[in-house]
Design a protein around this ligand. Structure first.
Ligand SMILES: Cc1cc2nc3c(=O)[nH]c(=O)nc-3n(C[C@H](O)[C@H](O)[C@H](O)COP(=O)(O)OP(=O)(O)OC[C@H]3O[C@@H](n4cnc5c(N)ncnc54)[C@H](O)[C@@H]3O)c2cc1C
Length: 316
């Protein structure tokens, strides 16, 4: 089938690669690519965050984890590595709701000051600087730069809507909201470069440290914002992140750059055929977990495309 994917963030590119592998003739259209997407700002560690519904997220994230683990083992150019992830445990919280998708989760004394316990597990960490170009390199043709104003006008036997926040206008979806995130990219300094640390104990002051090669991504926040707010990093948020690191006894190296992005958040990730136009398949609203869910969602998109395929006519 001829399939057009609209969007070239991690969700659109992963869907396009998955459909290409299935033998479809895939074309990708996007208003922006690479560094100009939200996907370029992410850490990006495998961990469900700000996404739902829980059952589907566990299924999508488990499938994505298996795929990313295989890439880590076989395909260094894909920019995926396995890390120890340590998540500080909020008092009395118990196992995280997504624990079933992360086997071998174990409890341990927290390796930082000021926190009693933590959960530890192994998870893939993706480097968007390498992963996004690698995904694009798996396609039969280059991504075409184009802004779509009506999905119904996009050519193709099937059209995949992977436009992140752009879906608010394209799919008239008011359930989508922008969740602002801000990170510092630092030199490693005295940080443990093999371990990702996450501290969600205070939902208003989330914090994480994600090492990747020669640098470390330190965040963050998740604040509702208008989509069209300028993405200038906020000095107060930077100061709060630096204070949080110091409180935990962490000593990163100098700040190399700051990045900000808007997560495309929705109470539930939308992966379904459009009720009004069966040619259109939606794949958006991955919130803080686009890298964690992309392949699992893409496999559902592949099944929806296959289900819409007209069986070949049998001559009698
Ligand atoms: C600070 C921060 C940290 C994060 N950390 C993590 C993490 O550790 N792990 C994780 O799993 N996730 C993380 N995320 C979330 C993750 O980055 C997102 O879920 C993911 O990038 C969403 O991908 P997407 O492809 O849907 O959207 P995007 O990357 O925004 O891509 C959307 C694409 O659609 C295109 N588009 C939009 N509108 C149109 C239009 N009208 N016409 C044509 N093209 C259009 C855009 O140009 C772009 O190509 C983080 C996000 C932020 C901001």
């Amino acid at each position: 089938m001829n399939v057009t994917v609209v969007g070239a963030g991690v969700v659109g590119l992963t869907a396009a690669v998955t459909l290409t592998e299935a033998g479809h003739d895939v074309r990708v259209l996007a208003a922006a690519t690479g560094d100009a997407t939200t996907s370029a700002v992410a850490g990006a560690i495998w961990m469900p965050f700000e996404c739902g519904p829980r059952d589907a997220v566990n299924r999508w994230s488990a499938r994505t984890r298996v795929w990313l683990e295989a890439l880590a083992a076989t395909t260094p150019e894909a920019g995926v590595e396995l890390h120890d992830v340590v998540q500080l445990e909020p008092a009395g919280a118990g196992r995280p709701w997504w624990a079933d998708a992360a086997p071998a989760l174990e409890r341990m004394p927290a390796p930082v000051t000021g926190a009693p316990l933590a959960w530890r597990f192994r998870a893939p960490r993706v480097d968007p600087r390498r992963h996004l170009p690698w995904l694009a390199s798996r396609l039969a043709r280059p991504v075409e730069i184009a802004r779509v104003t009506r999905l119904a006008d996009v050519p193709g036997d099937a059209v995949v809507n992977a436009t992140g926040l752009g879906a608010r206008a394209l799919a008239a979806d008011d359930a989508l909201r922008a969740l602002y995130g801000q990170v510092l990219v630092t030199a490693p300094g005295a940080l443990d470069v093999r371990t990702t640390l996450s501290d969600d104990r205070d939902p208003d002051a989330m914090f994480y440290v994600i090492p990747r090669g020669d640098e470390v991504v330190i965040g963050g926040c998740a604040l509702p914002r208008p989509d069209d707010d300028p993405l200038a990093p906020d000095p107060e948020i930077r100061a709060r992140i630096e204070r949080h690191a110091a409180r935990l006894g962490l000593a990163p190296g100098p700040v190399l750059r700051e990045r900000a992005g808007l997560r495309p958040a929705r109470p539930t990730v939308r992966v379904e055929r459009d009720p009004g136009d069966p040619r259109i398949i939606h794949d958006y609203g991955h919130g803080g977990a686009g890298y964690t869910l992309a392949r699992g969602c893409a496999e559902d998109v592949r099944a929806l495309v296959a289900a819409g395929q007209v069986p070949p006519r049998v001559s009698t």
